[in-house]
Design a protein around this ligand. Structure first.
Ligand SMILES: [Zn+2]
Length: 161
């Protein structure tokens, strides 16, 4: 990796998801490719949720961040043709999701028995709705402590929602 690409990766590691601002976009697995083509830096991003309005914001942020880091010329592409999956979220990313107060996505389908309450850490959660405050979330409630929970829905995994 060249110094220029390393500098770009460093700059991008500072960027956070607009919907879950504790989570880095790199930790979400959104950076598909970063390369140089004839002196032009090419950044390929994966949209996390199809139709997620955040991707436009993130694309602008990526562009702005790299320009400010003096890394032009560059091109930012969104690879809507490639699947993103919640299994691409790193361990750090999962911790960052929980820090924001959202239950990280289960590894496979949305099996509510696998969900651990962020408040009391009991595994006794009931799904309230598959739809939450944003398209990527479902709403649940802990039966043990009564805490309402937002779940990060699994996407693109074997038998996912
Ligand atoms: Zn609880």
């Amino acid at each position: 990796m060249t110094n220029r690409l390393a500098a770009a990766r460093q700059a991008l590691s500072e960027l956070r998801d607009p919907e879950i601002p504790t989570v880095g976009i790199l930790e979400l697995g959104m950076l598909h490719d970063l390369r140089e083509e004839d002196g032009v830096m090419v950044v390929e991003l994966l949209p996390t949720f199809s139709g997620c309005p955040a991707i436009g914001v993130i694309t602008d942020e990526v562009q702005k961040t790299l320009v400010e880091a003096g890394l032009e010329p560059l091109r930012v592409l969104v690879r809507a043709d490639l699947p993103w999956s919640t299994s691409m979220i790193t361990e750090t990313g999962r911790r960052q999701v929980a820090e924001f107060g959202i239950v990280p996505p289960p590894p496979r389908s949305l099996v509510v028995e696998d969900v651990v309450c962020l408040n009391c850490h009991e595994r006794n959660v009931a799904l309230v709705s598959r739809f939450g405050s944003t398209p990527c979330r479902a709403t649940a409630k802990c039966r043990s402590c009564g805490e309402p929970l937002q779940l990060f829905k699994p996407v693109g995994v074997s038998s996912g929602a």
